[in-house]
Design a protein. Sequence first.
Length: 241
Amino acid sequence: RQLHILINNAGIFKSTTLTEDGFEGAFGINHLGHFLLTHLLLPCLKEGAPSRIIMIASDAHISSSPINYDDMRKVSSKSFGAYKVSKLANVMMAKEYARRYKKDKIYAFSLHPGVVATDIWRSLPSWVTFLPKKFMKSEEEGAKTTLHCALEPGLESQTGNYFNNAKPTKCSNIAESRANCRELWEKSLIFAEIKEEENEDEDEFEHNSNDDSSSSSEDQSKNNDHSTDYESFPNPVDEKK
């Protein structure tokens, strides 16, 4: 079967419990669920190539702390912080998909849809969201960047990039690190109990000499002071000039 477009959109904003598999709720639902689904659908995406993977993220990821993988088995005491981490994972995974599957003509994008008046706010008291919802985007307006990434012709050269208002824009420096993205990939394989294919092209995953693939999540914070080392993607800021 062929699949041309996969939009990973389902998510939660506030989590105070673990998933049935024992993961922090936001990380388990907003990231690991999409990771497993995408893995299961990869044969269909390859069959339908050229195809696209769309990760619905959030600008909230920009202020996220580095991912502490030890915390992903615990209930978070800061639900918004956990949400930001899960959205950071979405952006990082889009970059990793883009790097790994470009050769298969599978292209990946992450995006900020805007602050949209949807049921994602259902976990908050109605008196908290009633007035703000009046100033949020409608669902139709919020879908515009998603549809742009899914349907716009000629977007293949932007694979791996993060979009806002239907334009590529800068994402978190943490997400720009190739080592961080690969660490998330490897941890996600373990968490989802997926065995990586043995016939992957080793040259495709070779790191440059300054990029340590064994970087721990504690090292991620250093990337906030570094320019991107994710060399394969065009710089959206430069392209606007």
